[in-house]
Design a protein around this ligand. Structure first.
Ligand code: FAD
Length: 290
C-alpha cells in the first residue's frame, strides 16, 4: 500500500520507525523487535538506512518481512550522498524488486572527511537529486525529511524552506520531521512552510526519551531544543530507570495528544526498536486511535 492512501483521511494514525542491526550477530534480535512492533498494526513502518552508524545491509530485508509477514506497509529509507549513481540505481531496482512502494529519499550526513571538500562533481549533492531519480525509475510514493528547528547545514530557515520546496516540487509527496520536544516549534514551522507554498502532508516525528543516557545522544544528533519542562523531568527521574521510562512515555504521549488535538492526522514514532515503549504509547492512546 502506498502511504499516499492515508492522505486526507479523517482517521488518526500512528506510524513507527525502526532501524536495522549494526552487526550481523544482532540481526535476529532486531528482527524480532521489529516484528513485535509490527504486531501493534501501525499505519506503516519506516526502516532506516545506515543512520547513526548503522548499516544499510538489512534495510530491505526487514522492510520486506514487515510487509509480507505482517501486512504492515513499509517505507524503505535510502541515502545518496557520497554514493555513485550506479550504486543508487542498483539499490532503487532492489527496492522495486522487493515490492516496496514507499521510499524516504534522504541525502544522509556528509562523512566528516568530505565536509570541506569540493563536492560539485558528486553524483548526488542533495536529497532532491535522489527524489528525481526515484521519480524517473519507478512508481514510488516518495517521502522526505524536514527540520522544524532548521537543518544544521543551513544558514537560515528561509533558505532551508526554499530548498525544502524544491524537494517537494521534484516529487516528494510527504514530509517527516526531525524529532522535537516543544510542539510550538512544529506549529510555527508548519505555518512558515504553508506560507511558502508547501502543501504536502507533514508527519511529526516524536522520540520518546526513556533513559537518561539516550538524551545526550539524541540531542547531539538532532540539535533539538529542550524545554525546561523536559529538563526538570530528567533532573527528577534521570537516576531511576523505571521512573524515567514512565515519565518519558508520558511526555511523548502528551506531545502526541496535543498534536492530534491541533489537527495532525498521523504521528511518526521513533521507536528506537523498543516494542514495549511503542506498545505503551499506543495503549495510552487507544481510545484516541480507535
Ligand atoms: P537535504 O534535503 O538534501 O538537505 C540537506 C541540507 O542541504 C539542508 O540544509 C538543505 O537546506 C540544503 N540544501 C538542499 N538543497 C540545496 C541546494 N540546492 N542548494 C543548497 N543547499 C541545499 N540519515 C541516514 O543516514 N539514514 C536514514 O535512514 C535517515 N533517516 C532520517 C529520517 C528523518 C525523518 C530525518 C529527519 C532524518 C533522517 N536521516 C537519516 C538524517 C539525514 O540524512 C540528515 O539529516 C542529513 O544531514 C540531511 O538529509 P536530508 O535528506 O534532509 O537532506
Amino acid at each position: 500500500m502506498k502511504i499516499s492512501k492515508l492522505f486526507g483521511q479523517e482517521k488518526l494514525t500512528m506510524s513507527i520507525e525502526v532501524f536495522p542491526p549494526k552487526t550481523d550477530t544482532l540481526f535476529e534480535s532486531v528482527k524480532e523487535a521489529t516484528e513485535e512492533i509490527a504486531k501493534l498494526k501501525p499505519a506503516f513502518m519506516s526502516v532506516t538506512y545506515g543512520a547513526g552508524g548503522g548499516t544499510s545491509k538489512y534495510t530491505l530485508e526487514i522492510a520486506k518481512n514487515l510487509q509480507k509477514t505482517y501486512g504492515v506497509p513499509a517505507l524503505a529509507h535510502l541515502t545518496c550522498v557520497s554514493s555513485s549513481k550506479e550504486t543508487v540505481v542498483r539499490q532503487i531496482a532492489a527496492i522495486k524488486k522487493a515490492g516496496i512502494e514507499n521510499v524516504m529519499a534522504l541525502r544522509g550526513d556528509i562523512p566528516a572527511e568530505h565536509v570541506h571538500e569540493d563536492r560539485s562533481h558528486w553524483d548526488y549533492r542533495y536529497a532532491t537529486d535522489l527524489v528525481r531519480d526515484l521519480k524517473a525509475m519507478g512508481d514510488f510514493c516518495i517521502g522526505g525529511a524536514c527540520y522544524p528547528e532548521i537543518h544544521p547545514d543551513s544558514d537560515n530557515q528561509k533558505n532551508d524552506i526554499l530548498h525544502l520546496k524544491e524537494k517537494v516540487d521534484a516529487g516528494c509527496e510527504f514530509l517527516t520531521t526531525q524529532m522535537f520536544f516543544d510542539n510550538h516549534l512544529l506549529y510555527n514551522f508548519l505555518y512558515k512552510i504553508r506560507e511558502a507554498g508547501i502543501t504536502v502532508p507533514v508527519f511529526p516525528g516524536i522520540m520518546p526519551i526513556t533513559n537518561a543516557n539516550q538524551i545526550d545522544r539524541a540531542l547531539k544528533l538532532s540539535g533539538s531544543y529542550v524545554p525546561q519542562r523536559f529538563k526538570s523531568l530528567v533532573d527528577k527521574f534521570g537516576g531511576d530507570p523505571a521512573a524515567m521510562k514512565q515519565a518519558g512515555i508520558a511526555y511523548a504521549t502528551d506531545q502526541i495528544i496535543d498534536l492530534y488535538a491541533n489537527g495532525i492526522r498521523n504521528v511518526h514514532l521513533y521507536s528506537m526498536n523498543k516494542p514495549e515503549v511503542a506498545q505503551k504509547i499506543m495503549e495510552n492512546l487507544s481510545d484516541i486511535l480507535k
